[in-house]
Design a protein. Structure first.
Lengths: 235, 756
């Protein structure tokens, strides 16, 4: 594990509600740079809402989320405007979801290269970097395939490649193996964590699967909108 | 069907209501347009039927003795053909069941043609003039309301004095439309007989078309096809709205036990309900918009509101057919989508279009080329084949553009995708490459509209290719007004007329031409004699030095383009001649020209009404084509509006169907502006690709069709109307796409992509 004492993400008294339902009730959470954090909890506990708020997808009703990457001034994620948050998600954050959510018309290679094109990288260079990453994920021969032609595990690995191709500082993963069988889950998680640890990427992973959580450095349990427990997982 | 299942399907989410409202609104617009079009077609028929009596030509009013030589010639009618004799004709006397009618070929005010019929009848006549009843007494007239309004608002010496005393208005039942300029006057029998343009009429024809029937029905049918097509496209597009969202809901129903047949029936009912609401709303809308639609001028006149009435049977047919077609299509689409309990199990990638899609287009063009070639041969088979070939060729070309559109879209997107550099271009062009038919469908309405506009803009340009008369020595001057002189007119009469004319404001000079006999008389010759001093006012610059000069009567042919020379003659007086023509030189102002016409037409000594060289344009068959092209322009407006709505609906549908993926893009940090660019490019690529083809093909088809109708026509650049229409179309396309940007903002928020 490659952690420092400075939290890269720091949530303080985070509160968010959907109508009369309080989804988050004053959460305090620090995520260390390079740490792999698993957020666990039952359905409806607020773990996805926490992830949304940390990633700047949702603006919390109150409280702060401070993002402090190395060599940069800390930023209050909730205080950024929509354009700034979009930029932050594009350049500093990566996302992996339960279902790959790949663009069905694009082949694997193009799907992976899209974030680079959005970041202003020239297409030949974007395709080159994407090809390298797909090969690292054992998908070199699949680069020309459409999402519909890939297995669930392959599609999820393409989604991982897309999330990591911009070398994000923080990777947010929401049930990244929720739709996979155990063998495919293990394969995806192993490859994903191998890459993020190598790059020193911080990971916040929402999961309800203890086997997935076991790959993390630390886990927190969210229950009724609050963190009920936190454990450091032995290596 | 289980009502709970149906309720589950059509109720629930806000977007479901939005989709149903979209279907209802689209169908309402489509049905309204269909009914107005149907009414318009009825109205045109009704208008033609009412105006049919104006086509009555009657029978000759005199008989001609037959010389022995002519009796043997089968081409000469011994009783009615003046060529059959050299003796004076014998007038056929008026009877109670026949009236004498003079049909003026050109009764013009400003640039409007007035349908004038002069009648002389016995007091005891039983002939009834349509819209008038008994023929007016000499010196009285009946006018259409529009013409009477014109008469009342114009100085009498320019128009009103031509007709005498107002006796009443012509009933609407005998008028093509509320703007029709029709006048029925009473005149003494002798005056009409002397004019040489008189016929006996015992009844009035009810055949509305006469010789122009083929042209008329061809252009009308083409206009109808052109307008009907976008309406069908609109209805087809709106009923497919939100297909992806519906598939998810149907999957859920399959999961809880609904069979594929039940799901298909639910899909049918779900589409039928908003379609029915929309169709009924469309009928109401059509009734409300009828007065507005009647204001649109078609072929020079607006319609009576009652003309646009279709009747409840037509309304019922349209509602039933549209709702049934929408329901059956929805059921068919759903059953073909392979919706299983876990979603769409059989992923049906779009079959990529092949080159053979070009065949209908090529077939249509081939038919039009053949029609154009046949127009240059004159035989019965050619004439019979021409109209079907023109109509079939046009319809095939129209369908061919729709068929070839996806193939062309694929071709361009493939080339574009290889060269794309931005994320927006890669996403947009790759999607187009995978779904060229679906992508093209959203712009097909607009592409068709532009094609139709181009065809009719090209067809309308024929009238502009006719050279505008200019002042050329040896040809009638554009500012001159000419009348022939009736039989029996003396030099004193014409001299007095000349003096009166030259007193009128704006009249510069009047020239009397002399000849051996009045032009309508036997013994008339081609030479016209006039004073050399009058020649400059006729535009001649090269004038012989004799006192009297002569010219050929072809000088009076306003269509002639070959200058006629003035020739010297030893004659010094006109003693052995009679006046045959009066030519008035005006200052060219509309008031002066109409004043000259009025003075000539009311003089009682003219055989034909005052004519200017520009009057020819008002009578040409090109004018008919142009007049009917207005109908097509009307269709174009409808088509462009519908196409704009279709494009907006298609684009909205494309956003709604992909909201998860687009939401994901935004979550990944894609700015909304990039999403907008994707949507814009997805519309622009097929639009611009096929639009270019549409414009080119439109003019080609116009040329083929126009030369197919009459090979003497040529095409030129279209008027500014066309370019305005193009700009409006493209602006509308842009507006339609931009209007959906709000949907992007609302439906692609990062949270749209479900996290868990």
């Amino acid at each position: 594990m490659n952690t420092t004492n400075t939290p890269i993400l720091s949530a303080r008294d985070l509160r968010h509600s959907f109508g009369p339902t309080d989804a988050l009730r004053g959460i305090d959470l620090d995520v260390q740079a390079g740490e792999v954090l698993a957020v666990m909890g039952p359905s409806g506990s607020g773990k996805s809402t926490l992830l949304h708020c940390l990633a700047g997808v949702l603006t919390p009703d109150s409280g702060t989320v401070t993002y402090s990457p190395a060599n940069q001034a800390p930023r209050d994620v909730g205080g950024l405007n929509e354009q700034e948050r979009s930029r932050l998600r594009l350049t500093d954050f990566g996302f992996v979801f339960q279902f790959g959510q790949l663009l069905p018309e694009l082949n694997a290679l193009d799907n992976v290269s899209i974030p680079l094109l959005l970041a202003g990288i020239k297409r030949p260079e974007a395709l080159r970097r994407s090809t390298v990453l797909l090969e690292r994920l054992d998908l070199g021969s699949m680069s020309g395939k459409l999402p519909g032609e890939l297995s669930g595990g392959q599609a999820q690995r393409v989604a991982v490649a897309r999330a990591l191709v911009t070398a994000p500082t923080v990777l947010f993963a929401d049930e990244p193996t929720g739709s996979l069988d155990s063998l495919a889950s293990e394969n995806v998680l192993t490859l994903m964590l191998e890459l993020v640890r190598e790059a020193g990427t911080t990971v916040v992973m929402v999961t309800h699967d203890p086997r997935s959580a076991a790959y993390a450095d630390r886990e927190v349990i969210v229950r009724d909108g609050a963190i009920s427990a936190g454990y450091r997982i032995p290596a | 069907m289980n009502s709970v299942l149906l309720k589950l399907t059509i109720t629930g989410s806000r977007s479901a209501y939005g989709r149903l409202a979209g279907i209802a609104a689209g169908v309402a617009v489509g049905v309204c347009m269909l009914l107005l079009l149907w009414g318009g077609a009825n109205g045109l028929n009704a208008r033609d039927d009412r105006g049919a009596w104006l086509r009555e030509t009657g029978t000759p009013s005199a008989t001609y003795p037959t010389p022995p030589s002519a009796a043997a010639d089968p081409d000469i009618d011994p009783d009615t053909d003046p060529a059959a004799t050299s003796e004076a004709p014998t007038p056929i006397p008026l009877t109670t069941d026949a009236v004498l009618m003079r049909s003026n070929p050109v009764e013009v005010f400003r640039d409007q043609l007035i349908n004038r019929r002069d009648f002389a009848a016995l007091d005891t006549t039983t002939v009834s003039i349509p819209g008038v009843g008994a023929p007016p007494a000499p010196g009285e007239y009946y006018a259409s309301p529009a013409l009477q309004q014109l008469i009342d608002s114009t100085p009498r010496d320019e128009l009103g004095d031509r007709y005498g005393t107002f006796a009443g208005t012509i009933d609407d039942s005998a008028l093509p439309g509320p703007d029709s300029l029709v006048i029925v006057t009473g005149a003494p029998e002798a005056e009409i007989r002397n004019s040489g343009l008189n016929f006996l009429v015992t009844g009035f024809t009810t055949d509305p078309y006469g010789g122009n029937a083929a042209t008329y029905t061809t252009v009308l049918s083409i206009g109808a096809i052109a307008v009907f097509f976008p309406v069908l496209l609109l209805i087809s597009i709106v009923t497919g709205l939100g297909a992806a969202e519906r598939r998810e809901r149907f999957s859920t129903l399959r999961l809880i036990g609904a069979s594929p047949r039940v799901v298909a029936r639910i899909a049918a009912a779900e589409t039928a309900i908003p379609s029915l609401i929309g169709a009924v709303a469309g009928v109401v809308l059509a009734v409300l918009l009828r007065p507005v639609a009647a204001q649109l001028p078609v072929n020079g006149t607006r319609m009576f509101i009652s003309d646009l009435t279709t009747g409840w049977v037509a309304g019922l047919i349209v509602v039933t057919v549209v709702v049934a077609a929408a329901a059956v299509t929805a059921a068919y689409r759903t059953s073909r989508a392979g919706i299983g309990p876990l979603g769409v199990t059989q992923s049906a990638p779009e079959t990529l279009p092949r080159t053979r899609r070009l065949l209908p287009l090529l077939g249509g063009l081939a038919a039009l080329v053949l029609a154009a070639l046949l127009s240059r041969t004159a035989n019965d088979l050619s004439a019979q084949l021409q109209t079907p070939l023109l109509l079939g060729g046009f319809a095939f070309t129209l369908v061919g553009i729709i068929a070839a559109g996806p193939w062309l879209t694929l071709l361009v997107s493939r080339i574009g995708a290889r060269r794309a550099h931005s994320a927006a271009a890669v996403i947009a062009l790759t999607r187009i490459q995978r779904t060229p038919a679906a992508t093209f469908r959203s712009v097909s309405g607009l592409v068709i509209a532009v094609f139709v506009v181009s065809v009719f803009a090209g067809a309308s340009s024929v009238i502009e290719t006719r050279p505008t008369p200019t002042a050329t020595p040896g040809l009638p001057q554009p500012t001159s007004v000419t009348s022939t002189i009736s039989t029996g007119t003396t030099t004193t009469d014409t001299t007095s007329m000349k003096d009166r004319l030259e007193q009128l404001p704006g009249i510069r000079h009047a020239t009397i031409g002399y000849g051996a006999a009045a032009f309508t008389e036997i013994g008339a010759e081609r030479e016209i004699y006039l004073r050399a001093e009058d020649a400059p006012s006729l535009g001649f610059t090269s004038i012989p030095t004799t006192d009297v000069v002569t010219l050929d009567m072809s000088f009076l042919d306003t269509w002639t383009t070959t200058p006629v020379p003035l020739l010297p003659t030893p004659t010094t007086t006109f003693d052995r001649f009679v006046p045959v023509v009066i030519m008035v030189d005006t200052d060219g102002t509309p008031g002066a020209v109409d004043r000259a016409r009025t003075a000539l037409n009311t003089s009682g000594i003219t055989g034909t009404p005052g004519t200017t060289p520009t009057d020819l344009e008002l009578q040409s068959s090109a004018r008919l084509v142009q007049g009917l092209a207005v109908l097509a322009y009307l269709g174009m407006v409808i088509a462009v509006v519908i196409a704009g709505v279709s494009l907006a609906v298609g684009t909205a549908s494309a956003i709604l169907d992909r909201k998860k993926v687009l939401g994901l893009m935004r979550l990944m940090g894609m700015p909304t502006s990039t999403l907008r660019r994707i949507i814009l490019q997805e519309a622009a690529v097929p639009l611009l690709t096929v639009l270019t083809l549409s414009i080119g093909l439109g003019f080609l088809v116009a040329w083929l069709m126009i030369t197919g109708i009459d090979d003497s026509y040529t095409l030129t650049w279209p008027g500014t109307d066309y370019f305005i229409a193009l700009v409006i179309s493209l602006t509308l396309a842009l507006a339609a796409v931009v209007a959906t940007f709000g949907l992007i903002q609302r439906n692609t928020t990062p949270t749209t992509t479900r996290f868990a």
